[in-house]
Each structure stands twice: as C-alpha cells, then as structure tokens.
Design a binder for this molecule. Structure first.
Ligand SMILES: [Zn+2]
Length: 341
C-alpha cells in the first residue's frame, strides 16, 4: 500500500515534492502510527529553502510535529495498543549507551537522529515510531492541537528549565515566531510580565502574541526593559533566528539576570561580550526536550492552561504542502498544520 508523502529529495533549494511511498515496515520495538495531523516547523521550511545547517539523509519525508493512532505494534512492545491516541517525540534514533542518554538527556546525545531529517518523518499517512518516545493524548485534546506538543516542549524547556522566573519578573522575548510566541505564553504561565519584540513586518504575528497577555514591541525594547527601575529586565528569552540578537539581550538584561538562547543562526558575532561579565549575567543555551517535559506539556495542553489555537493559521491536506509552507514562510501565519491524504 502506498501513500502520498512530502519528500525532501536533495540539498538544493526547492527540492521538495509529493511522492508515493510504501507503508514502512516496523521493528520489534516500534509501533506503526497513522498520522492524524502534522505541524510544519521552521526547520521543514529551512530544508525546503536549503538554508539549514544540519545533515539530512536524502531523500527523507519531512515532518516531526505529529500525532495520530497506533495501527500496529512490534512484538516487544508492551503497554501500547492498536487504537491508542498518541504523540511522538523527535528522537527516533539514539544510542542507549551514550552517557547523555543514560542520564535521561537523550535529546543531547550527539548521535541522536530525528524525524524529518535523519529518518522519514510524518508528512505522510504512516510513520514508524519507537515506542519509547510515545505519549498518550487524552480524548479531549484534538490532534490539531496535540501535534504542536513538540514546539511547546521547546518553549517549556527554554523558559522553565533553562530560564528562571519568579512571579512578577519582567521577561523580554526576542522574535515572534512559533517558538517566541510559545515562550511568551509559557513565561506568562510562570507569572511573569512579558513583552515580545519584533520588526515592522512581524506585526500580524505580534498581534497573535498579544492574545497571550504579552505586551508587543516593534523596534526598540529598551524603554520597556528599563521601565521598572532602570536596571533592565530579569530575563531575556532569545528566540530570534540569529546569533546577533544576543547583543540586544545583553543590553536589556539587568545585572545578575539571565538569558535563555533558543533561537539560532549560523552568522558569526561581531561584538564584545564584556557586558556578560560586567553584569554577571547567566547565559544559557536551550536545545530540545525530553520525556518529563512532554508529559508536563501534554497536561498543560489538556487542561487548557496552554492554548495553541491562536497560533494555528490553517489546516491543509499534505498535497497542498506548498501553500501551507509559503504562508508560514511569508509570516502570514504563525503555524501551518497538515492532514495526510
Ligand atoms: Zn519543530
């Protein structure tokens, strides 16, 4: 049986097309998952436009933000059954012996390979998933929202695990993409006063951020950062896709404050890091997520404390992937979601 898949077939710009692929065979520790919904990630766009900075096993089916039903289970799989509603983490391949894996930080195992670049992803009808990265999705949480668990986990990790928020703290978020907006929403959940900064062309996305109870700033964030006592804000979450925004973060943060950097870009820096030293600032990188973060985020999505509905700009059949990608690429929508056909 064959199904349509959104395939990234080469490292050149625009090398994405619909191809018919066979239903994958599963191993003894895997399940076969029938995809209900799959989110489009900025990284899918980067592979399409060939400005990504990670190795890709071409050809590969795109898509790592997904959920659906289990349709069959491998012989070693316990506690999962046909018909279960699930979402899957990204870490399709890890080394069980890696020291990072052994301490539960398999997301930081350098040999880790994820869906959509290392192995075939979920922009198709069936995907092979190791049972160790599955999570139950309660009936009341629709797949359209559940499929966005992954970017919510990125934000939770950047804000809760790698930031440090007390209620009433002032937290500035740089970059109004999916991750920036979800970071702002998560910082609000932690009790912070939050502002999110973008450029003129981000106006539509910033309006969506406003729905999460954040202030919106186009351009200079300094007045907001200095408003309380002139020293700067307590924390900065840098979710912009560039290294250079670190300079802004260092200007806005108060002495003994923190910066959680989750956005990245390949450009080198051209400024001096003395403010980091002089202000005694904690600079923390934030990458990916692991099992306990997924469980917590699913609980937040299920209770409605974290609501991803405002960021969903539309749902398209995967055969219309081009329009869904283009809308996100142009910034017309924050997040596109696809349905397999
Ligand atoms: Zn993603």
């Amino acid at each position: 049986m064959q199904s349509a898949a959104v395939v990234n077939f080469a490292p050149e710009y625009g090398s994405v097309e619909i191809r018919e692929i066979d239903q994958p065979a599963i191993g003894p520790d895997d399940v076969l998952l029938e995809v209900a919904k799959v989110g489009v990630c900025g990284s899918d766009l980067h592979q399409w436009t060939a400005d990504h900075s990670w190795p890709v096993n071409y050809p590969v089916v795109l898509g790592h933000e997904f959920g659906g039903h289990i349709v069959s289970v491998g012989e070693n799989v316990e506690n999962w059954n046909e018909g279960d509603r699930v979402v899957s983490e990204m870490a399709a391949i890890i080394s069980q012996d890696n020291p990072m894996t052994r301490r539960g930080l398999y997301n930081l195992d350098p040999t880790r390979q994820g869906f959509g670049y290392g192995v075939n992803g979920a922009m198709t009808r069936f995907v092979r998933v190791p049972s160790r990265i599955l999570h139950h999705v309660p009936d009341q949480l629709p797949f359209e929202q559940a499929c966005l668990t992954e970017p919510c986990c990125v934000a939770y990790s950047a804000v809760v695990k790698n930031g440090s928020i007390e209620p009433g703290d002032r937290v500035l978020v740089l970059g109004p993409g999916t991750i920036g907006i979800l970071c702002a929403a998560t910082a609000r959940l932690c009790g912070a006063q939050v502002a999110i900064v973008g450029l003129e062309q981000d106006a539509a996305r910033l309006e969506i951020a406003r729905q999460y109870g954040c202030e919106v700033i186009i351009g200079d964030a300094k007045p907001w950062a200095m408003e309380r006592d002139g020293l700067g804000c307590d924390g900065v979450i840098d979710a912009a896709g560039a290294s250079a925004t670190l300079k802004i973060a260092l200007e806005m943060v108060r002495p003994a404050g923190w910066i959680s950097k989750v956005g990245w870009g390949p450009q080198p820096l051209d400024f001096n890091l003395d403010p980091l030293v002089q202000k005694n600032v904690t600079l923390q990188g934030s990458f990916s997520h692991n099992w306990p973060i997924w469980e917590r985020v699913i609980a937040l999505l299920t209770s409605g404390q974290l609501n991803v509905k405002p960021i969903i700009g539309g749902v398209w059949p995967i055969t219309d992937w081009h329009e869904a990608f283009e809308k996100m690429h142009s910034g017309a929508v924050v997040k596109s979601v696809l349905t397999p056909v």
